[in-house]
Design a protein around this ligand. Structure first.
Ligand code: ZN
Length: 384
């Protein structure tokens, strides 16, 4: 057994913890670039809390999935405004953009110097500027991960800026901030969280420390995702989903992912589809094909027992076996009206390029078994 664990320097979790942000941020800087989403009014209470501590806030809004350009412009904005820290308040896009900006504030040169695939893949050498992540969705767990996934629309690709030096200084997770999320976003981000707990649990890098987070996270997500969608103001359900998201972030950062995320990173670069929605749609089909492939080619794999255990946690039935877990997830996706991939413009003509690119995606390497091109085509066909 061999594993490593690294996370945000400090994690503060709980309803109304946003109120603590002033003194916490004051330990880190005087002028904050506050990254938020374009439609957001999220930052208003945060700005007041910072102001009370004499911290100046400079707002920078981003829309849609995070891009290379948004990170570059944000870093310029931070420099022009002489910011010494970054605070992201928003979903995964906002957190990843802020995380990349904080890295660029202390590392010399251009973002492209450090990006994989489309850039020079140089390693960051300096710790990021102090970065605080405040999630307002419950899905990505980006508040505790060490990478920022950025889209480059001109290349139709998503690439990661990745370094342990990018781990947030503070993750402040206040479930109350998710109370007003609409059904659709609660559903897709919640299923992303569930995926990020299932994939690390069956990953080739699974380890006992992350297993504990995965088991507890899956249990909470399973009992609360439906409730959080139907009754957004249910504080207990929201708390469960925020915790599931946080645990998913811990797990993926320290035990890797699998085929769902291998596909999602590629599809997200090629099509304007939210990450959570792609993962949600792929999850049941990928579980089903993974199981079949394991039974056919790796029948001794420990992952098969792990799928059984997942089924028992998901269904609450001690007798459940792996396929019951797949059925549970499929029914959940139907009940939550997760749209097919085709609704984002995917067609079978795209399969060869998606299969070629995703078979070398970093997340695909965590999958418990290497899927054949035919199996990958089957997943895509079913999810479309
Ligand atoms: Zn994800």
């Amino acid at each position: 057994m061999r594993f490593e664990f690294a996370t945000a320097t400090r994690i503060v979790f709980g309803a109304s913890t946003l109120k603590q942000i002033g003194p916490l941020a004051a330990e880190m800087g005087k002028r904050a670039l506050v990254v938020t989403s374009r439609e957001g009014t999220r930052e208003a209470p945060l700005m007041d809390l910072l102001d009370e501590q004499g911290i100046a806030g400079v707002v920078y809004s981003v829309a849609g999935e995070p891009t290379v350009e948004a990170a570059q412009q944000g870093a310029q904005r931070a420099q022009q405004a002489a910011c010494d820290m970054v605070i992201s308040i928003g979903g995964g896009s906002v957190m990843d953009t802020g995380k990349a900006i904080a890295a660029l504030m202390t590392n010399p040169g251009d973002l492209l110097d450090y990006l994989e695939v489309i850039g020079k893949s140089k390693a960051l050498t300096q710790p990021s500027a102090p970065f605080i992540a405040i999630p307002t969705t419950a899905g990505t767990g980006a508040e505790v991960t060490r990478n920022a996934v950025l889209a480059s629309p001109e290349h139709r690709i998503k690439v990661s800026l990745r370094s342990p030096l990018m781990l947030p200084r503070l993750a402040l997770v206040d479930p109350e901030l998710t109370a007003s999320l609409p059904h659709e976003i609660t559903a897709s981000t919640g299923l992303d969280a569930l995926t990020q707990l299932i994939e690390p649990f069956v990953s080739v890098r699974a380890n006992p420390m992350m297993d504990a987070f995965c088991r507890e996270g899956v249990r909470r997500a399973a009992r609360s995702i439906g409730r959080a969608c139907e009754h957004g103001d249910d504080a207990t359900a929201r708390e469960d989903m925020s915790l599931a998201s946080l645990f998913g972030g811990l797990a993926l950062a320290n035990a890797g992912l699998g085929a769902v995320h291998g596909f999602a990173s590629v599809i997200g670069g090629m099509f304007a589809a939210p990450h959570g929605a792609i993962c949600a749609r792929l999850l049941p089909h990928t579980m089903e094909i993974n199981l079949r492939a394991l039974e056919e080619r790796l029948p001794e794999s420990d992952a098969l027992h792990r799928y059984d255990e997942l089924a028992q946690i998901l269904t609450g039935n001690d007798e459940a076996s792996a396929l019951d877990g797949v059925a549970w997830v499929r029914e959940l996706c139907e009940a939550l009206s997760i749209p097919p991939l085709a609704s984002y413009g995917l067609t079978p003509d795209d399969w060869p390029s998606i299969i070629e690119k995703s078979s070398v995606a970093s997340s695909m390497k965590g999958n418990p078994i290497q899927l054949t091109p035919d199996e990958m085509r089957e997943v895509l066909t079913k999810a479309n």
